[in-house]
Ligand binder design. Structure first.
Ligand code: DC
Length: 215
């Protein structure tokens, strides 16, 4: 969370002329559907039924579009709702349910099969696309990520203290890293970039220099 992966991924895709998919948006979309259907997030069986009950469609846009795609749930454009605090608070609970993950991974592999794609998410290199020609793991200290997230929220007009942001981040990290299925970790063959001391452009250059994604 707040590693800069979406901003970096979008720019890398733009430079390569690839499509860009931020898979967090898919987990957020299914969370949106859970909220719309009044599903209790603690009720695993009810959450598990969601992927069969709703249709998530990602329409990749130009790489400079925020998060790269228009996201539809049952044909309705929910893109603007996906970053709401309500969705943000619930998404870790929904995304740890194995049936949800299996369904999302299937969709992600289908999108990647066409090639020419930058796909961003916590389990892309380890689970979704283990044969990807280039895997990148962006790292940043908790303090730096809290600072970035706080700034992002401030620019969006939302007032939260740095302490609240730190606490939210620690909770999300704990759930994402501790869950049984596809916990957050780097692939063994990933290029790990510590972004604390780097600008966005420097991170993008390092990835492009790494090369295997050049066709
Ligand atoms: O990157 P993000 O904050 O938009 O992701 C939202 C949530 O979705 C995050 O809490 C974890 C989950 N997620 C996931 O489990 N696997 C992915 N590939 C992408 C996101």
């Amino acid at each position: 969370m707040a590693s800069g992966k979406s901003a970096v991924g979008g720019r890398v895709a733009g430079r390569l002329g690839y499509r860009f998919i931020d898979t967090g948006m898919m987990y957020r979309a299914i969370t949106c559907a859970a909220i719309a259907h009044d599903v209790d997030f603690e009720d695993h069986a009810a959450v598990a039924r969601l992927p069969g009950a709703v249709t998530i469609t990602m329409e990749p846009g130009p790489p400079d579009a925020p998060h790269g795609a228009t996201v539809l749930v049952d044909g309705e454009d929910v893109t603007r709702r996906l970053r709401s605090p309500e969705v943000g608070e619930a998404v870790s609970f929904v995304s740890r349910v194995p049936e949800v993950r299996v369904a999302m991974v299937e969709l992600q592999r289908a999108m990647a099969a066409e090639g020419g794609i930058v796909m961003v998410g916590r389990d892309i290199g380890t689970v979704v696309l283990p044969d990807a020609p280039l895997k990148v793991y962006l790292d940043a200290s908790a303090e730096e990520r809290a600072r970035r997230r706080h700034e992002e929220l401030r620019l969006a007009g939302r007032v939260e203290t740095l302490d609240d942001v730190r606490n939210e981040l620690a909770l999300r990290d704990e759930i994402d890293s501790g869950r049984a299925m596809s916990p957050l970790r780097p692939a063994v063959d990933a290029l790990v970039i510590d972004t604390d001391e780097l600008t966005l452009d420097e991170v993008v250059e390092r990835i492009l220099e790494a090369g295997p994604c050049r066709s």
